[in-house]
Design a protein around this ligand. Structure first.
Ligand code: PLP
Length: 442
């Protein structure tokens, strides 16, 4: 998962029924690489001109003020610091936070064609888009398919064409936390919308969502399946989100990076402007090749306008490399086998966790529908952060749920990608720590 060090756990006010304050400042130290990558240096504290001179900085230049959009706390959060420390100490089980398919031995082997010149296209090469839309089961929709160098780039593009400074995007949580950062980069407020826990699934409460819309809301962002819970949107949720967005003139953005082609919503006759996002990093286990796609769908005239603007913006960047687009049609046939490998790995590791859980344990494992992660419900004491720090101290790394903005406390998240043997070793260790903490309830 492309996340990095996130903010430390702070007591939150109760969320439902409260209009949430926009998150302006990036509180977290997010980067796309991985949860544990950190900025180890502190930013220079703001210095006056006199002290800058003393320090030998440029003399005649007045103090430079950086943008608020890029302000962040350079100090890593306590979990990230503890992870660094535990790594230095030596024996640390990291299998439960292995989120990179290339390191988990799951990615297919690929070759790039020899460089054959530069053929840029703001939407992506037609040959690549045709092959991709065919492989995704919608061969005629390739004119609505846009290629980018990643889902993050696609989110940035969608945000650019939907909102002006200070406008709002409402994003369902738990979800992919980088969304807040990406919205902030575009000058937008990301309003986290807490999904309601029903059994083991987090669901959209549409009447509550409607109450939280403001005149500045431009889009609703959902994930399908959700990260990290793996819950798929229900048909009635899709229809209700669509109706709400159509009624209020909002765009619907659905991050489908973890969806199998058969679960994609691309075939739906969308009544609102809809962006559906997927990519090679999860679809084929090839994050290194930096290629993602977005279906721009909805009422014809509206989708056409959106596409025109998308191309206008994308043409200014042209981030996507030509060789990867040329190679794409030859890689797509490997997708099925990759999906099977990942599905088998995730199922086996999830079953392993279920088997290791002692009967009557104080913690529980949520059922898995899709995705690459397992969600564990834990007692609320100790809190997620102290608990995951304690686990690191004991030699096992696990993500605290608040990294993903669970609307209620008491969750930890494990990646299911690591090879089975390494996963089991780490999971056994985790269970031992849990047992020492909470013992058995029955
Ligand atoms: C839910 C979700 N969406 C998007 C992304 C980013 O994907 P990409 O590599 O295509 O930018 C990630 C990365 O982990 C993710 O977990």
């Amino acid at each position: 998962m492309h996340l990095s060090a996130l903010p430390s756990q702070k007591p939150r006010p109760p969320r439902p029924h409260v209009k949430l304050k926009p998150v302006w400042r990036i509180k977290s130290v997010l980067s796309k690489t991985s949860l544990e990558r950190l900025t180890s240096t502190r930013l220079h504290p703001a210095k006056g001109l006199a002290s800058q001179r003393k320090l030998g900085f440029a003399c005649a230049m007045p103090r430079l003020a950086f943008s608020q959009r890029t302000a962040f706390e350079a100090q890593p959060n306590p979990w990230a610091l503890a992870l660094q420390k535990a790594r230095r100490k030596g024996r640390l089980y990291t299998a439960l936070i292995e989120s990179n398919p290339t390191k988990a031995g799951l990615s297919p082997h690929t070759r790039l064609p020899p460089s054959t010149g530069y053929t840029p296209h703001a939407q992506g090469l037609a040959s690549a888009r045709k092959a991709l839309s065919k492989a995704l089961g919608h061969p005629t929709l390739y004119p609505r398919l846009c290629l980018t160098s990643g889902t993050s780039e696609a989110l940035g593009l969608a945000f650019k064409l939907l909102g002006d400074m200070g406008d709002e995007i409402v994003a369902g949580m738990p979800g992919y936390p980088l969304v807040q950062t990406l919205a902030t980069f575009e000058g937008l407020h990301c309003i986290p919308f807490p999904l309601r826990l029903e059994g083991e699934a987090f669901r959209w409460d549409i009447p509550l969502l409607e109450k939280q819309l403001s005149p500045r809301t431009k889009a609703v962002l959902a994930t399908h399946p959700q990260a990290p819970t793996g819950c798929c949107l229900l048909r009635e949720e899709v229809l209700a989100l669509e109706a709400l967005c159509a009624k209020h003139g909002l765009a619907l953005i659905i991050d489908e990076v973890f969806a199998l082609p058969q679960h994609s919503l691309a075939g739906h006759p969308w009544k609102c402007l809809t962006f559906l996002l997927g990519g090679l990093s999860k679809g084929l286990g090839l994050p290194q090749h930096k290629l993602a796609w977005t279906w721009v769908l909805g009422p014809k005239a509206l989708a056409h306008k959106a596409l025109q603007r998308w191309l206008w913006v994308a043409d200014a960047y042209l981030c996507l490399a030509t060789p990867v687009q040329k190679a794409l049609p030859t890689w797509l046939p490997m997708a099925k086998a990759f999906e099977q490998r990942v599905e088998t790995r995730c199922k086996n590791n999830h079953a392993c966790l279920a088997k290791l859980r002692p009967q009557g344990a104080a913690w529980s494992l949520f059922a898995r529908e899709a995705g690459w992660t397992a969600v564990l419900r834990i007692p609320i004491s100790p809190k997620e952060e102290p608990l995951t720090l304690q686990l690191l101290e004991a030699g096992v790394a696990l993500w605290p749920g608040y990294f993903f903005e669970f609307p209620v406390p008491g969750f930890v998240v494990a990646s299911l990608l690591a090879p089975e043997a390494a996963f089991e070793e780490a999971a056994r260790h985790m269970v031992q720590v849990f047992e020492a903490l909470w013992g058995q309830t029955t």
